[in-house]
Each structure stands twice: as structure tokens, then as C-alpha cells.
Design a protein around this ligand. Sequence first.
Ligand code: FES
Ligand code: CO
Length: 331
Amino acid sequence: MDSADKENTLWHPVALAHEVAQAPLAVRLLDQAVVLWRDTAQQVHAWADQCPHRGAQLSLGRVCGDRLECPYHGWQFGSIGQCVHVPALPQFVPPATHTARTFSACERYGLVWVALQADADEMHIPAFAAETDVQLRTVNCGPYDVATSAPRIVENFLDMAHFGFVHDGWLGMREATAIDDYTVEATPNGLRATQCKAWQPQSNVHSTAPAQVEYTYEVLAPYTAVLTKVPDAASVAVQGFRESIGLFICPVTPESSRVWFRLAMADFDSPDKKLQDFQHTIFMQDKPVLESQRPRRLPLDVRAEVHTAADRASSAYRRFLKQQNIIFGVC
Ligand code: FES
Ligand code: CO
């Protein structure tokens, strides 16, 4: 298996589930044009967005019941990709060769996930543990189109040393920028960083006073990470508040990405928009810095950039990508 094959076997988020409605939807994943469409049983399909006849973009066509119709000569393809109707030759029975290229698709966390191979196992979709916690309410935030690689975005998510600068007055402050020791360990699908502490003026949507906050970060897949705020006894007692945030990234091209956050919070009262607005404010602080980083692809050679002990989560992430033979979005 070469590196490109490796990435094609992974599941990636590509769209919000509700965006795939009556019309086919064009998305891009790992530089591959993909068409998403939904059949009458509400099953989502992901195919190469290129008709096998003369290469027209299938996403410009239309959904006819359980078939996708090409915009050019009206060929119709059934849900397994097989051409079932050629309008120019109504009696013609298309052979097996007349088939659209199909990928794997399914819905999870309010998003459509795609693997660029047929019959990928849904078991391998990254598991967002907070999803099944009945005390947490979930809401999605995004999409955000970001002009950088997916690994740069994951690395920023794992990075606490920028809080006092990029998020001054929110997740950090210039007066308290030191990073305490924290622990990083490898996991079967990525890594886990624990005891990550930060002094935060406004750590979440409900904060009324600065607080010392402890995080756990987990990388669940090359382009998926989760942070969980470890509740301190005082804030649980006062607010009953805890949260977990999933970072789900579609690697669109090696240097551009589409990002969603899934917020899981012990808050069933606030309107979605209030929770989304806080996350939006924070990410808008990150985005210009992220887009300024050069190279846009994450350098995996340890000599390409310089490191400190505060960067040990980032260094572990780079080692993980290297071990996994990830080539998309790295250099
Ligand atoms: Fe699609 Fe001809 S190009 S039907
Ligand atoms: Co940030």
C-alpha cells in the first residue's frame, strides 16, 4: 500500500448532512472531485464527479428517484453506480463497464463522511466519545474554508502556547503565558495529551471569571482531534458545565481545508447560535495566523522548523503522521 492509498482508506468529513438534499452536491476531497446525492431511502452516495461516458460533471445533473442523471446525454446511474438507461438508445442494456466510480459514504455527527474506496468499514470512522453522553448537547459549527493544510489546523488545535497572544483576553492572557509540563502518549490511532493547563480569562461561553482550565487533547485520526475540558470541582458545582469539542477537517487540496467543529456541552438551554458564536469568535482569531504560516504543508522533517518542550504535542503529532505514511498536506 503506498501513501496515497493509505489516505484513501480513511474516512473524512465532506459536508453537513442536511446540505445533501434534492440536488446533487459537488465537494472536493483529497483533490478528488466527488458528487454526493441522496436516494429515495435517504441513503447518501459519494461517487467520482465525472461521468464515465464523456467526462461531464455528474453534480450538474439531477436526482431522479433512485438514479443520478448526467447533465450531458442523460445517462442514468442506479445507486450502485451501474448505468441503467441511455436515452439515445432506449433498448440498449448497458454492460457492467458502463459504471460510475463509487466511493464509501455514511452520515455521522451531522456530517457526511466519505472514504475514497468502495466498501470502507464504518467502524473506522473516528469515535467522538462525547456523542453518546446524554448529559451533553451537540451542535455543529462551520464549515470554515481555510487556506492551509489540514495538519497545520490540527496542530494549531493542540497548541496552548498561542493562547496568550492569538486569544488574548479569551483563552489566554499576555500576563500568564507559561506552559506547565504536560504528558503526551501515543495511542493506536493517534495520540493523547493530558494535564494541559491554561489560565483563561474567558474559557467558554458561560465564563464569568478567569479560571485555571485543564484540557485533554486527543488525535483520533490524521485530520481529526478532540479536546475535552476536564471540569474542575468548583466550576462543576457552580455551573454544572463541561464540554468536549471535536475538530473535523476535510483535506480538500494539500493546502486548503474545510473545517467543522462539533460542540458537545452540558448546556441544553442556550440557543445553538450562542454556542456557535463563541466558537466562531475563537476560530476567527486563529484563521489569519493559520493562513499566514509557511509552508502551508506541515513539515515532517524535524530540522525544518525549531521546537521547544512546550511543543511536545505538536512534535508527537508530526511523528504520528510520519509513522502513518501520510503525504497529503505535509512536506
Ligand atoms: Fe454523461 Fe454523456 S457525458 S451521459
Ligand atoms: Co487558537
